[in-house]
Design a protein around this ligand. Structure first.
Ligand code: IMP
Length: 429
């Protein structure tokens, strides 16, 4: 039962989309297990450049099914928009399936995301504003609307929506003093979604279990990153799902034994969007220079990403949470030409040096990085396709990161396209 997971090792935006696209040609299905349209996966290949928020990143490979699992919260407008865009570029999306158990992001979720963030003031999380958090709140609170409910408008959807909307409108009008939302408008939208999504809706848990039982390879596509995990991230500055490996079993309906490999994707430096502590964050010319070279702006929101050196304390923690069998290091080329590069190898807090990632967010916010400085390299790694093309200083930086994470590096990415990839050891046989 070969399932291979690709997991974000940091705060998201590690380049998972590119890696999934690179690996997807070797599997029968690419399946998303969590998050929603807050994700922004960029795929660059011979068919074009694609920014995908809902559709799994293997969609460009013919014969590879794309599955949105039960753990995902679905923005149907975004999903349908992406399907139309892909179709207009000649990409077949007929093998795209959505779990009937996945929850729907409703218009009131998007509105509440915005109203709640405003109300938080200085303590705002910096969400992507896509309604993802409020949709998961309703899922856990047993007030959610599932994709399958769209197929039974009068029997299931209408009564559930009436109940949910009465509650939401009370909140929207009385707490936030905003205009209420109309049930008619929402039902009209749901009817349109139902009609267009119907051919794609199925019990995907069974589909995935069947694929695994037939020994077909399945690629599990993580969204966001382990340090944004609702349980294991820097709470409350996290997303509302479990991007780490545990979320994959729950979000797809598969047992842990089905997962043969867990590949952690890390950028060669750190970025974070939104609020919350980031011990190795840097400011000033180096940060701004790196942001511009790397175009570190959010795919979903366009916000400038915060920049930092590689944080090996956080990366090792991430490995522990996920039990990684291999690491992918992306964007090494961005560091080309820097006179030196730093790696955070410990934290200094309250007069003590620690090498563990604290669970207490206030403590994490007080952590000062302890750096190791490595000489930079002038020869480019950009577009390198073999280890022999990597300059010696860059290679010793890579090896040091590998040692600090405690897991072998299997892939080094040296640019956005499929070809700009060095596979040190094969990830999927
Ligand atoms: P939410 O997931 O929109 O609720 O946002 C919660 C936090 O997670 C915010 O700090 C977001 O910036 C961050 N976040 C959510 N999705 C992503 C992502 O795909 N990449 C990077 N950060 C993300």
């Amino acid at each position: 039962m070969p399932g291979y997971a690709v997991i974000g090792g940091q705060w998201g935006d590690e380049g998972k989309g590119k890696i999934i696209d690179f690996l997807a040609g070797r599997v029968d299905a690419v399946v998303r297990y969590g998050g929603g349209s807050n994700a922004g996966h960029t795929v660059v290949n011979d068919k074009g450049t694609f920014q995908l928020h809902m559709v799994p990143s293997g969609i460009c490979w013919p014969g590879v099914a794309g599955i949105i699992g039960n753990g995902v919260v679905v923005d149907a407008d975004v999903l349908l928009g992406e399907l139309s865009e892909l179709n207009s570029q000649g990409i077949d999306t007929s093998a795209l399936y959505v779990s009937e158990r996945a929850h729907v992001i409703m218009p009131y979720h998007v509105l509440l995301d915005e109203l709640e963030e405003k109300a938080r003031g200085d303590a705002a999380i910096g969400t992507t504003g896509r309604g993802v958090g409020p949709a998961y709140v309703d899922k856990t609170g047993r007030m959610g609307i599932r994709v399958g409910d769209l197929l039974d408008i009068e029997g299931t959807l209408r009564p559930r929506l009436e109940q949910a909307l009465a509650f939401k409108n009370a909140l929207i009008t009385k707490v936030y003093e905003h205009e209420p939302l109309s049930i008619k408008d929402i039902l009209d939208k749901c009817s349109e979604w139902a009609e267009r999504l119907a051919p794609h809706i199925q019990a995907t848990e069974q589909t995935i279990q069947d694929l695994l039982a037939q020994d077909k390879a399945v690629l599990l596509e993580g969204a966001q990153g382990t340090l944004l995990d609702i349980d294991h991230g820097s709470y409350p500055y996290v997303t509302s799902s479990s991007p780490s490996i545990g979320g994959a079993c729950v979000g797809l309906g598969i047992p842990p034994q089905a997962i043969s490999g867990v590949v952690g994707v890390f950028k060669a430096y750190s970025t974070r969007v939104g609020g919350g502590p980031m011990p190795s964050e840097i400011f000033g010319d180096t940060a701004e220079g790196l942001r511009e070279i790397a175009h570190e702006y959010g795919t979903t929101t366009g916000r400038p990403r915060r920049i930092g050196w590689f944080d090996a304390v956080a990366a090792r923690y991430s490995n522990q949470v996920n039990g990684m069998t291999g690491v992918v290091l992306t964007r090494l080329d961005i560091l080309d030409g820097f006179p030196s590069v730093k790696v955070c190898v410990g934290y200094q807090v309250n007069g003590k040096a620690i090498d563990r990632f604290p669970s207490n967010t206030s403590l994490l916010a007080q952590c000062e990085p302890i750096y190791e400085e490595h000489p930079g390299w002038t020869e480019p790694t950009a577009s390198a396709t073999g280890i022999s093309q990597i300059p010696a200083n860059a290679m010793s930086y890579v090896r040091r990161i590998e040692e600090l994470i405690g897991c072998p590096i299997q892939i080094i990415s040296t640019g956005p396209s499929r070809e700009e990839t060095i596979e040190v050891t094969r990830v999927i046989p």
